[in-house]
Ligand binder design. Structure first.
Ligand code: ZN
Ligand code: ZN
Length: 258
């Protein structure tokens, strides 16, 4: 099913899955490439009809706006400050805000979901962990690792590197690859990611990689409101029934076009 004539600032209404979440978005306080603050992003998503979002700013290995000179604890405080600001706004405005981050390794990126910020404070070894160690550390904290846009080709990605043994799921749909807002049509990156997930037998996630309030309308839709970020990671690991969208097309949790 494709949703024609969708207003670009809105989100597709998916029957049976009324709770839509953005799973990949950035804010200017912590991501150098983002243009709006976390609260501005939360307001825009709420207005577009999302039930919530996971704020996934670029970490110390990626395009962070936070000084890498800071001590671990100070860096985390600065890094997650926008999350707390957005959450405060969200709590007062019926909009769920969950923490996460996007980890960068020389351009290869992973979305990290499901670990607690307090827990991270006790695990400074995350700072210099290579991809394999990252997977083990994140798992020991109850989180998951998702390969973000594995087939994106861009100036900051020197080459495509795949780590099938160190991920839990594949970001099959990254709405920023779609030409909805008049940008370049890179949807083949998504097609390759969907094939990759299918080959691995992994479930997919989907998000917009939003860097400003001009939203693409991508995300993941659930039949019930998510209880917390652990509810989200459970759904992705178990493939609980959910839908994924790039803002126009709708897919099931295995990446099948509906
Ligand atoms: Zn970015
Ligand atoms: Zn991103």
């Amino acid at each position: 099913m494709s949703v024609a004539a969708m207003p670009l600032k809105g989100i597709p209404r998916i029957e049976g899955f009324p709770y839509m979440y953005e799973t990949h978005c950035h804010s200017s306080e912590a991501s150098a490439c983002a243009r709006n603050t976390a609260v501005e992003m939360a307001k825009a998503h709420k207005e577009a009809g999302y039930a919530g979002f996971i704020l996934t700013n670029h970490n110390w290995g990626g395009n962070t706006a936070i000084s890498r000179e800071l001590a671990w604890g100070d860096m985390l405080d600065a890094f997650f400050e926008p999350y707390y600001l957005a959450k405060e706004w969200g709590d007062a405005n019926d909009f769920q805000v969950f923490p996460g981050y996007e980890a960068g390794y020389k351009g290869t990126e992973f979305l990290i979901y499901g670990i607690e910020i307090e827990w991270m404070h006790k695990h400074p070894e995350l700072r210099d962990a290579p991809v394999k160690d990252q997977y083990e550390i994140i798992h020991s904290g109850g989180g998951i690792v998702v390969h973000a846009h594995p087939f994106r080709e861009a100036f900051y990605i020197s080459r495509i590197r795949l780590y099938p043994e160190y991920i839990d799921a594949v970001e099959g749909i990254n709405a920023a690859h779609c030409p909805h807002l008049g940008g370049e049509d890179n949807s083949e990156f998504n097609e390759k990611a969907l094939k990759y997930a299918a080959k691995l037998g992994m479930f997919i996630t989907g998000g917009s990689d939003a860097h400003n309030v001009d939203l693409f309308g991508g995300g993941m839709a659930f039949s019930e409101r998510l209880r917390d970020i652990g509810d989200f990671t459970d759904a992705v690991v178990s493939g609980r029934d959910y839908r994924v969208t790039d803002g126009l097309h709708i897919y099931d949790q295995r990446g099948g076009l509906i």
